[in-house]
Design a protein around this ligand. Structure first.
Ligand SMILES: Cc1cc2nc3c(=O)[nH]c(=O)nc-3n(C[C@H](O)[C@H](O)[C@H](O)COP(=O)(O)O)c2cc1C
Length: 346
């Protein structure tokens, strides 16, 4: 969870609870990520993963007039936050430096999002004995990741909080395909292990995706209220409340799911596809809103089931999720073998 919530402390707590904690490399300099890796390794031998943004092709850049129009629309927001709009520049988020860092540091897993790297990148990662996953949101992406050399697919359903990790437009609406449907069509399209993600907040949802063919689940929102996460205070206050989420380009120029707030409601219609340009342009405004505690002025990334979030230590959340899933799966399977004792269907 780049952009704040992910911390070394969170990766440590998840790893120590038997999960696979991740460090988010997105938006950070490679040197900062290297320090975070050292911080994790100083505390635990538990394996962990690293998540890296794949650069968006420059061919997919914003149409200049649409970008200019949107930046003018944001001028009153800048005034409201007492901050200047940032420069709407393109960059590759330090791709080569982060890839080199991954290969040098050799985390157990590297997961790629926003794109599928070419085959030679998978070869480099495999030479360093690292497992490589790619986030997919449709079957075309699953096939492309399989062909390029991915070892596993992070299957991201529309329920997911934060950015859509997709990279091939299959004609679905921007919200995308629901997790259960996506798991099943992906299972038919490739033999790769699936890591299900999107809206998984408890053991019941974990059990459900395991039943649907996933080998594991990846959670984001479920950990955001834990003390180990660096989630903004204003967001912590809003997250446990029931409330709608929507997929929007308003904050970053790339579709992402967040809790509906004033900024999202007022600017979703005008925002073009322009990542990372809009991300850089709105960054100072969002930082100022976060600092002021203005939950209507920055991105409240969260999945559709955010109201189930718990403000508890991350290790407890992970352990409880696993225990609960195990108990549910045992109950379901016992019910099938012996319907008379479980009250299950005959
Ligand atoms: C605040 C936030 C930040 C995220 N940042 C990243 C990221 O840096 N890289 C990534 O691959 N996915 C990112 N995601 C998406 C998650 O990997 C995952 O798909 C999502 O959290 C699953 O849905 P859930 O939030 O309902 O659990 C982020 C999600 C959230 C909520």
């Amino acid at each position: 969870m780049a952009g704040g919530p992910s911390t070394p402390e969170l990766a440590i707590a998840v790893g120590q609870a038997g999960g696979l904690g991740f460090l988010a490399a997105g938006y950070k300099q490679a040197g900062v990520v290297a320090e975070e890796i050292a911080a994790v390794r100083a505390v635990t031998d538990a394996p962990f993963g690293m998540n890296v943004f794949v650069p968006t092709p420059e061919s997919g850049r914003a149409e200049p007039a649409a970008l200019k129009g949107y930046l003018s629309e944001l001028a009153p927001e800048a005034e409201r936050q007492g901050a200047a709009l940032g420069e709407p520049r393109f960059d590759d988020d330090g791709w080569e430096a982060k890839l080199t860092l991954v290969c040098d540091e050799r985390p157990a897993v590297v997961s790629f999002t926003f794109g599928c790297p070419p085959a030679d990148v998978f070869a480099r990662v495999h030479d360093a004995d690292i497992c490589a996953w790619v986030t997919i949101t449709n079957v075309d992406e699953a096939r492309a990741a399989h062909a390029a050399g991915a070892d596993g697919l992070v299957v991201q359903g529309t329920e997911a909080g934060g950015h859509r990790g997709g990279f091939i437009d299959d004609g679905s609406d921007e919200g995308g395909i629901g997790l259960l449907a996506l798991l099943r069509i992906t299972a038919r399209a490739t033999p790769l292990p699936m890591i299900a993600t999107g809206g998984i907040m408890d053991g019941a949802a974990l059990a459900a995706v395991l039943c649907a063919g996933a080998s594991a689940a990846q959670v984001g929102t479920a950990l955001m209220l834990s003390p180990e996460a660096a989630t903004a205070e204003a967001q912590r206050a809003v997250m446990p409340e029931p409330g709608p989420t929507r997929v929007t380009r308003a904050f970053s120029g790339r579709p992402a799911r967040g809790i509906v707030n004033r900024f999202l409601a007022e600017h979703s219609a005008g925002a073009p596809l322009a990542y990372p340009e809009i991300h850089h342009a709105t960054s100072p405004l969002r930082a100022a809103a976060r600092k002021r505690g203005d939950a209507d002025g920055f991105n409240l990334w969260a999945g559709q089931a955010h109201e189930l979030g718990q403000a508890r230590p991350a290790g407890e959340i992970v352990r409880e999720m696993a225990d609960e899933a195990e108990a549910i799966l045992a109950r379901v399977s016992a019910g099938r073998r012996d319907p008379g004792t479980s009250g299950g269907s005959r």
